[in-house]
Structure formats: structure tokens, C-alpha cells
Design a protein around this ligand. Sequence first.
Ligand code: URP
Ligand code: ZN
Ligand code: ZN
Length: 458
Amino acid sequence: MPLLIKNARVVTSTEQYDAEVYAEGGEITRIGRSIRVEDCAPGTRVIDGAGKLLFPGFIDPHVHVYLPFMGTYAKDTWETASRAALVGGTTTLIEMICPGKGDEPLAAFEAWLGKAEGVASCDYSFHMGVTRFDGLAEKQLREIVKRGVRSFKVFLAYKGALGVDDRELYHTLKLAAELGVVVTAHCENETIVAERQAELLVAGRRAPEYHEESRPVRVEAEGVHHLMTFAELTGAEVYVVHTSCEEAVHEGLRAMERGVRASMEVVLPHLVLDQSYTQKAGFEGAKYVMSPPLRDKAQLPKMWKHLRSRALATVATDHAPFDFETQKVMGRDDFTKIPNGIPSVQHRAELLYTHGVATGRIDLHTFVDAVSTRAARIFGLTGKGRIAVGADADLVLFDPNYRGTISAKTHQMATDYSAFEGWEVKGRASVVARRGEVVAEDGKFVGKAGGGRLVPRA
Ligand code: URP
Ligand code: ZN
Ligand code: ZN
């Protein structure tokens, strides 16, 4: 159904203006100071945007939906994750395909694609996880790129599980440089982590709060430095996922100064949560165990500063949903066995708005850039991340005056807890359109289930 949004305040990553936006056939076809309903196709749905902000649909470039990990599986399905994303204004998700080291890349690609196809209600794409590099893997990676997946993912962490060694890293980056695909990377020195984990356990330090001590900031900074060396020598373009601390950001910036093609992501938890959450009594701290870990609270203003300057390009979630009662408890006596991850795909934009825009830490344009536009640019989602004639009609009519509270009792994610239980939000997505179809309204999914599609990438 054609859609006309009247009286809107359009906000993009660079400008804002009053306008009316008309979409037909899934695309924005007209933007004008005033568009008359009589000039639109019969049956056009008209929405009044007065008092609201009109943003391009949000893009979360780092989520896990289907994730076999640490002896269990992430809790969401594409049905639940995509609904939760849309309710929060996120119209496109990029999921990490994470095959086991023995798995063939092509089989993994088919498996991950199969979970989303016909089930996802938002649009989606993938980063192809490279967990092995040999002749067969190389051949299949070339095929996967031909099929439209134009980014890889490597883990320098998770020794013996998803992590790659330096030979594999080198050849993955060389292949990426040749094919012109971006390599996203989780940067932590896996050997130091493994050694420190063993030392802490021997010393009887087994509670969630010791997770950070096993992977302190230098471990991450070393990981970023390591990746940048390899990127420089191979000419590959890299994207550092979930940068959590100033030390890691500096390594990225130093590399960019010497010409390495790189960008950095911060995830919502690293902007609004700190290490003290993992010290909560009664094993509650396990809810906040993710990697890289939540940091000392002195890091948070530094991360906001780097976001404000746009040294941090994107704000993602690293949504990795595990239940507290049945999954996080696997590490009750050993923090190294707590499935890592914080569910947050639904609340990224409203929490970034609440703690970033509403507090004056970032302006509206940086907000749009970080939650939408830059991810579209970096990952070749050419139809997304902008409000322009010809772009996909992924639109978020955002109500800055809304006030509400987050709770696991009402969220759409499949997990039994929220890391943000009881938190107030200032503002939320009030109407969300995915390619012109209204799919969420005032916190409820109202779309046709399974209407999402694999996004073509440049
Ligand atoms: O703690 C995290 N980040 N869990 C998900 C896997 C990953 O490292 O991205
Ligand atoms: Zn990671
Ligand atoms: Zn991740």
C-alpha cells in the first residue's frame, strides 16, 4: 500500500528539514514541502508526522540470531529477533554466520540463510564468518561473495572454538582485499585470555566479575593492533566490532592515520553499562557477561567522545541472547562457561537517543549516522540508510516525547531477562515502515510475518 507521511521533520546524517514523504512500490518516490493526498495513488495510507522526527530505517550491522556458542544456542529465532528489531525501528539486521571450525563455509551459509528466509520480518544480510582457511574454504568463500555476502567476520578471540590463527587471518585478509569485501573482526588476544582465565580459576576467582580481569583493555588493544598490522600488509579494509575502550580506539585511529582502511563500531552496552553490573549479587552479574567485557565506568565518557567525533562509526548491539535461568547459569561456578552476550536488538536506538541525544552527548545527525547511514555505506547497502527519492522506504517516525520503561515482561526478544530492566526511555519509534509497509506501531509488531528479504549489496 502506498504511504504518505505528512508534516514530518526529516532528519538525516547531515541535514534536517520539514517535508512530506511519499512511498510507492517499496521506494521513496517523492519528497516535497507539501504533497496532496489527491495526487497520490488510490488507497494511500496517510500518517501525520507532526511533532515527530522522520529517520531512515535503522540498521544493526552486528547481531547474532542463530548462534551455536559455548555449548548452547542463542535464544532468539528470526521470527522473534526481527519483530523485536522492527518494534525498535531497526529495519535491517546484518547477522554473523558463525560456522564451527570443521564446518564447510557454503553449508554454513545455506544453513544461516535458511533460518532467515521466509521467517524474518525485517530485511537482512550476513557477514560470512571465516573460522578456517584452506583450499576448500577459499573456493567456497569466493562463491558466497558471488552470492551477495560482501563482508567476512573473523574472531581473534575464542581460542579453539571460532578463533583463527595468524596464517588464516593473513589469507582471509588477502582474499578480502582481492575480492573487495570488508573484514569485520572481534579483536582480543585469545592466548592471553586463555592463560588469564586459567590463572583466575586456579586462584578461586570464579564469579562473573572476574570476566573483565581475564580480558583487560590491553588484551583488546593488542587485538586491534594485531588486526591493523595484517590489514596494512594485505591492503584489506577492516571493521573492528564492539570496540569497548579508549586503548582499543587509539590503536584503530593510529592505524587509520597511517592509511589503513578501517572503521570502528561500538555496541550499545559499552556506552551505557559498566563493569559494576557484573558484580551484582546472586549471580545476577552473569546477565552482563559479554566479550569484550563491560569496562570501568571511566571508559564510558571516552567512548561517547569518540562517538561524538565519529571516530566510532557505528553503534550496533552485538545482540547475543541467552536466557538467565537456563543458559547463563551454565557458568554458576566458572565464569568462563557463562554464554557471552547481552540481548539488546530491540532497544538500541531508544537507549542511544535517551542517553545520547536527550543528554546532549551526541547530536541528531551523529545519531542517524551511527544507527543507520554509516553501516549502509560501509557494508554496501545502497538502498538503505538514507531518505531520498529512489531509496528503500525504510522509515522511522520517532516520537521524542514518549516516556516508557523497559522490561523483560513486555519486550519482544525471546530472553527471560532484560539487561535494562526498569530503565526509562525518552523517545521511541512510533511508526516503522519497511520498504513502505507499516510493520510496527507504538511498540507493537503489526506487519506481515516473514516479509523481510535478503538485501542486495554493492
Ligand atoms: O559476548 C559476545 N560478544 N557474544 C557474542 C559473540 C561475539 O563475540 O560477538
Ligand atoms: Zn565478538
Ligand atoms: Zn558478536
